[in-house]
Write a protein that binds this ligand. Structure first.
Ligand code: DQA
Length: 160
C-alpha cells in the first residue's frame, strides 16, 4: 500500500436516503447518516480514507462514477439499490472507472424476489456481499484494502 491512505468512495443509490424508515427486517434500523458514521469509523481503523455519495437520480450516479474514472478514488463500494438489477448505464460507467469495486446490499437479495437476484454490476466487482447488514461495508473495505495491496482481511473478513 502506498504511504497515503487509499481513498474509497461509497456510492449509495436510489432510496438509500430513506434508511431508518424502510423495512427493518431487510434493512435494519440505522439511518444513512448513522451507517456512514459507522463506515467512516471502520475505514479509520483500517487506515483508509472514505467519501460518500447518495442520489436518487440515475444520471447523477453515473456522473459521479465518471468523476472516479478521472482518478477521484482508488476503489469504490456500490450499493445502487434497485438500479443494481437493471441499470446498464451504471454497469458501463463503473467499467469506465477502471478501479476495483465491491457491490454491497444490506439485505439478502438472493433470498428475496427473483428480480433482485440479478445484478448488472456483479461481473465488474471483485466481490459481492449481501445479507450482512452494515457489516457488509466493513467486509467490503477489508476486501478492497487487500485488493489495493494492504493487509489481507484473512479469516477475519469472512470472505473467500
Ligand atoms: C438493496 C437491495 C435492493 O434490491 C433494493 O432495491 C434496495 C436496497 C440492499 O441494500 O439490500 O433498495 O440494495
Amino acid at each position: 500500500m502506498s504511504a497515503s491512505k487509499p481513498r474509497v468512495e461509497v456510492l449509495h443509490g436510489v432510496n438509500l436516503n430513506m434508511l431508518g424508515g424502510r423495512d427493518p427486517l431487510h434493512y435494519g434500523t440505522l439511518t444513512l447518516r448513522e451507517l456512514e458514521e459507522q463506515i467512516a469509523a471502520w475505514a479509520a481503523e483500517l487506515g483508509m480514507a472514505v467519501g460518500f455519495f447518495q442520489t436518487n437520480m440515475e444520471g447523477e450516479y453515473v456522473e459521479r462514477l465518471q468523476t472516479l474514472a478521472g482518478g477521484g478514488a482508488d476503489a469504490a463500494i456500490l450499493n445502487p439499490g434497485s438500479w443494481t438489477h437493471y441499470a446498464y448505464a451504471i454497469h458501463d460507467a463503473l467499467e469506465l472507472t477502471g478501479i476495483p469495486a465491491v457491490e454491497v446490499h444490506l439485505s439478502d437479495v438472493q433470498s428475496r424476489e427473483p428480480w433482485r437476484r440479478i445484478s448488472v454490476i456483479g461481473d465488474l466487482c471483485v466481490a459481492s456481499i449481501s445479507g450482512r447488514g452494515p457489516d457488509g461495508y466493513r467486509l467490503a473495505l477489508e476486501r478492497l484494502r487487500e485488493e489495493l495491496g494492504g493487509e489481507s482481511g484473512g479469516e477475519e473478513s469472512g470472505l473467500v
